[in-house]
Design a protein around this ligand. Structure first.
Ligand SMILES: CC(C)(COP(=O)(O)OP(=O)(O)OC[C@H]1O[C@@H](n2cnc3c(N)ncnc32)[C@H](O)[C@@H]1O)[C@@H](O)C(=O)NCCC(=O)NCCS
Ligand SMILES: Nc1ncnc2c1ncn2[C@@H]1O[C@H](COP(=O)(O)OP(=O)(O)OP(=O)(O)O)[C@@H](O)[C@H]1O
Length: 195
């Protein structure tokens, strides 16, 4: 089974592109969603997060994501520590998920930080979604009601578009929603025909 990575910086349109693949019947593993589940349900992860960043983060019974984001996205060491707690568990979950979808012609793993985390090494092809930085900031400010500074802090912890575009096998340009469908359809045919 061919394993394809789908990446792109914050707000590039990964989830929007994933939805098109899902509509085409392709199984998509959403790393952000799985990570979100892990930090609220995996007792080992919760214990480590509490001990690294403070018990108070779980005062409401669920992780205070805003408070943890404020800590890690302005402190690379703290982010590395969080990544080292969450990423191995996301990797395990992905491997199990792949077994369930072994009969699919190909599957997609969607992750914002596919290259940064090294996860691309276990994948056969990588797609990156490219949207200009200024436009990504505008989209996330509108979607999440956050400041440009908040978005930039996350961008500072991600590789640049230039690097992602250089390393990827395929680039989807997402400057116009109407142009996404034809690009994804074309790529779908290519991926179905890879031996
Ligand atoms: C710090 C947390 C709690 C903040 O939660 P929040 O709801 O605000 O953001 P969310 O998880 O929805 O992520 C939104 C976007 O932020 C960026 N982002 C998230 N985690 C990271 C990271 N470790 N490094 C760089 N960018 C990141 C991505 O572009 C992502 O799409 C959360 O992002 C987290 O637990 N991150 C660590 C786990 C991780 O790396 N998840 C992402 C893929 S596995
Ligand atoms: N071509 C487009 N034109 C206008 N808005 C778009 C376009 N593509 C995506 N959007 C919007 O931009 C926002 C970000 O898109 P999306 O959630 O797909 O990005 P993402 O890369 O998955 O983001 P994140 O990194 O935060 O998970 C969404 O509100 C989405 O509806």
């Amino acid at each position: 089974m061919l394993k394809v990575g789908l990446t792109g910086g914050i707000g590039s349109g990964k989830s929007t592109v994933s939805q098109v693949f899902i509509n085409l019947g392709v199984p998509v593993f959403n790393s952000d969603m799985v990570a979100r589940n892990i930090v609220n349900t995996n007792s080992k992860a919760i214990k480590k997060i509490k001990s690294a960043f403070g018990e108070h983060l779980y005062d409401s019974g669920e992780l205070d994501r805003k408070a943890l984001a404020a800590i890690v996205f302005t402190n690379p060491d703290a982010l590395e520590q969080l990544n080292s707690i969450v990423h191995p568990l996301v990797g395990e979950s992905f491997n199990k998920w792949c077994e369930k979808h072994a009969s699919a012609p190909y599957i997609i793993k969607e992750a914002a930080i596919l290259f940064e985390s090294g996860a691309h090494q276990n994948l056969d092809r990588i797609i990156t979604v490219y949207t200009k930085k200024e436009e990504r900031i505008r989209r996330i400010m509108a979607r999440d009601n956050v400041s440009a500074e908040d978005v930039e802090h996350r961008m500072n912890n991600q590789w640049t578009d230039e690097t992602r575009n250089k390393l990827a096998d395929f680039i989807i340009i997402n400057d116009d929603k109407d142009k996404l469908l034809p690009q994804v359809m074309e790529l779908h045919e290519v991926l179905l025909n890879i031996e």
